[in-house]
Design a protein. Sequence first.
Lengths: 202, 147
Amino acid sequence: MPALENRTETESWEDDYQTSPTPRSDVLKRCDPYSRLGETEKINPHIDYKPSLPYRYLDVIRKSFAGKREPLAGCDLAVMWREMQSKLDLCEQKTRNSEVLNNSDIPVQLVLDFNMRAERWRRDTSFQSSLAAKFMHDDYQTIMAMGKQVVPLILGRLQKAPEAWFWALKHLAEEDVAKDTDNPADAAKSWLRWGRRKGYIK
Amino acid sequence: METRFEKLRPSNYEGKSPVDFGYNCIAWAMGRKDKAWWPATIGGYRWPKKLPRQKPGEETLENFISAFKRIGYKKMLKKDYSLEKGFVKVAIYVKGNQNPTHAARQLESGIWTSKIGDEEDIEHTSPVVLEGKEYGTVAVVMKKSVQ
């Protein structure tokens, strides 16, 4: 096996971990209890895609834990990494295929950054009802600071689930088109109608 | 969930519903699941008309207590989580600068029920098991007669 620093992007990092025991499913859940990626939402193996994370990041983590092959606090590092990589790949794949990316006005890097931050925000705050916890989260604030160009991306997420993007939308759109609603589902519908009318989404 | 709520154990809670964005913990504590109750200054959230809407981070415990008073709850002097026949109780959690974060409701069995953010409803043995870094601590227990 070549030394880490001599590897190329095409080599599979999983080679090192082929002998790692497969953890029980309940251990996996403990490792990542916030995932909404159900069994039916795995990456399509027939779609050609490249890993979305630079190889060097894996090496940094791997070197940090060199020699520590035992499960870390009940979690297997290799499994955690594989799960994280899968989700990021899936996220990138979905983004690449989504209609919002067809809008050439949105830089791909911005889309990827948005998706990463939005997903982390959801993971960190999905246990909260407090709007302060949701809206004051670093990633939520950063997304708001990206400006109006992320409105189509936010609406794209709203099409999948009525997440609490209403504060960001109100400030980016400079109006509250959902002000007469009293539940997230109706608010999301109001914003999606607005987005279609404005041409942000189809 | 146990990684977020350090006092939760498989033995002291149980999931009871699928994920549902349509209502939140305050609505569930009030016995409703068709709205999301929060004193928000934006659309998407319901709050009693005569009570103030507050910006994120500026919500007050008094505002939440007033909302529960409007549906018949009275503030208890002590945080008593025991089951009292003929009464239903709610516990309101606060964190940081006494900002409300969560509410749980006691069932007739004495078990407590909570809607966990955008996630599912759970039943838990005591309000204490949800105390910690996510929700802070229980500040107030309120009760109302169900007879």
